[in-house]
Design a protein around this ligand. Structure first.
Ligand code: SF4
Length: 563
């Protein structure tokens, strides 16, 4: 006999323990406490809120396990949240003391004489966002907020069009879909307000957008993938607080992207490559591009004698202001990367994510006072955002990613014009429209080379995908249903192989998808889902849009510690 599904009632449920929701839960708790204290002291009139049940669910094994970001953090929002964040032990790596932008050709590098204003980082901090999330998570737990790790949101619970909570994922289902001895049904967590902060291309947000028509007035979101490694280098080579961004090699003019080299403390170097998920060549492989990047003489000499200690990948919502969906609905708010609060011109989203969480908290606080969680009441989240510095910042760079549609060289000139004309497209138009990234992928017959590039990874500076995945500490129980739902598998074998050469084999940074022999002259798709690092690239970039990424059993996925 299966166990009965239980119900848990909360006032506020945050889905995902990333910077937006952690900042939101911390801020909300503080607002409630100071409101009640002010009433106790007679400084304020009104109704005390008393015990408000706030919970956060997180699919990772622990807070931070699924968090990956560059990252150079603008501390603006964290300063508002906790003015003494450094004294309170925020684990920053180093304050940025030096930044440069380099243009790389295959063999040489040229420093830009002036750092473009969006990439000036003085006053910001090199951080591991995973470490920041774990630290902030502790502060949130100390404030009596319940954080349920290993708890994925599997389904949004609706009453008509009103969001009333989340059903969490079942545990103990076998790969055949049968209940195992350790079966536990997911819990229905009911809440007056549900805050979706699941990260980039959240699986619940993706389903709710069309259901509640949240994106009918927005541009389709466009993404990039960030592929990242952390290296430990010989003593003295790493200069904590030095920050480099690179353009050029290994990307061609048609592919949006660039590299980063951030110097952390304790002899650690953080390097990575961003590749726009609106590229044309179906054989492009972001993981292989990162390996190529490291063969550049500048990077190779930096890395030689060092050792790789961590690897990971994640998508980044790059589209900007016009790609934000409607941010609220009955019983619902959307924050952070799930909404698309990211400034791609500055390569920064942590401060915007935190600010969105804080604005959501202020909205929820007012709703609790009025006991009204309708869309009408929660719409003040949108007006709070529009009156904040976050809106002003996103407005200035609102057409940045769209400027890259004619190639990187034109975009450099175009971005300069946008800066001079308050973000207007070509200095004139307020809003540039864009298509979803996957439509830019072209069929193989458009290319001279129709076979994937062969790589000779040396195992010292460059590594194959499986070796890299090992360094992401990714694990999933293999006896569970595959969480990568290929909705029409025949397309992979009958059409995609000829038309695009099965690009899932290339864009996945974790070697999850493989076309394997299936009898004479036939191939079939094999999915090594246990390798999945939860980056969501497949759900975004598949040219037929037939891959649906759903949450696997709680606790599965990468176990990032310093990403
Ligand atoms: Fe990323 Fe999809 Fe590969 Fe998982 S299967 S690592 S989500 S591309």
């Amino acid at each position: 006999m299966g166990r009965e599904r239980e119900t848990l009632e909360l006032d506020v449920l945050f889905v995902g323990a990333g910077p937006a929701n952690l900042a939101g839960a911390y801020h909300l708790n503080k607002l409630i406490k100071s409101h009640d204290e002010a009433i106790n002291k007679g400084q304020k009139k009104g109704r005390k809120l008393g015990e408000i049940a706030i919970g956060i669910i997180e699919k990772g094994r622990e807070i931070g396990a699924h968090i990956l970001s560059g990252a150079v953090m603008d501390p603006k929002a964290l300063k508002e949240l906790m003015p003494d964040f450094l004294e309170q032990g925020a684990p920053v790596e180093a304050e940025v003391t030096y930044d440069k932008v380099l243009f790389l050709t295959k063999k040489s590098s040229l420093a830009f004489p002036i750092t473009p204003p969006p990439l000036v980082n003085h006053g910001n901090y090199v951080v591991s966002l995973g470490k920041i999330a774990r630290w902030l998570g502790k502060k949130v737990e100390e404030a009596d907020v319940n954080i349920f790790t290993e708890t994925p949101g599997a389904e949004v619970l609706l009453d008509g069009d009103k969001v009333i909570g989340i059903r969490t994922g079942d545990k103990g289902i076998s790969k055949e879909g049968k209940q195992k001895g350790n079966y536990e049904p997911g819990v229905d967590i009911l809440a007056k307000v549900t805050v979706l902060g699941e990260g980039s291309h959240g699986s619940l947000t993706k389903k709710l957008k069309p259901r509640l028509k949240l994106d009918s007035d927005s541009n389709p979101q466009v993404y990039a993938i960030g592929v990242k490694e952390i290296w430990e280098l010989p003593k003295g080579r790493v200069k904590a607080g030095h920050v480099y961004h690179t353009m050029g090699f290994p990307m061609n003019n048609d592919t949006y992207g660039g590299g980063w080299i951030y110097h952390m403390k304790d002899d650690l170097l953080d390097i990575g490559l961003v590749v726009g998920l609106d590229y044309k060549n179906p054989l492009l492989d972001p993981h292989a591009e990162l390996q190529k990047y490291k063969t550049h003489p500048y990077l190779k000499s930096l890395l030689e004698g060092g050792k790789l200690i961590a690897y990971g990948a994640k998508t980044i919502p790059e589209g900007g202001l016009f790609c934000l969906p409607k941010l609220y609905s009955d019983g619902l708010l959307i924050v952070g990367d799930s909404a698309g609060f990211l400034n791609s011109a500055r390569l920064k989203g942590i401060h915007l994510a935190m600010k969105s969480g804080m604005l959501a908290a202020e909205t929820i606080f007012e709703s609790l006072i009025k006991d009204d969680f309708s869309a009408n009441e929660l719409s003040s989240y949108d007006s709070k955002f529009r009156n904040s510095w976050a809106y002003h910042e996103l407005h200035q760079s609102r057409n940045f990613h769209q400027a890259f549609k004619d190639g990187n060289l034109v975009a450099m000139f175009h971005a300069g014009i946008q800066m001079a004309f308050e973000g207007n497209y070509w200095g004139v138009f307020d809003r540039a429209h864009n298509e979803p990234g996957h439509v830019h992928m072209q069929k193989l017959y458009n290319f001279q080379k129709r076979e994937p590039e062969k790589h000779n990874f040396d195992g010292k500076v460059t590594f194959d995908k499986l070796t890299n995945v090992y360094y992401s500490s990714t694990k999933h129980d293999e006896d569970q249903p595959c969480h990568l739902k290929v909705l029409e598998p025949n397309i992979c074998v009958d059409r995609c192989v000829k038309e695009y050469g099965n690009p899932c084999q290339h864009f996945c940074p974790a070697k999850v998808y493989e076309m394997v022999e299936d009898g004479a002259e036939k191939k079939k798709l094999h999915i090594n889902f246990a390798n999945c690092v939860h980056c969501k690239t497949c759900d975004i970039m598949d040219p037929y849009q037939i891959i649906d990424w759903v949450t696997p059993e709680g606790g599965g996925g990468p176990s990032y510690t310093i990403m």
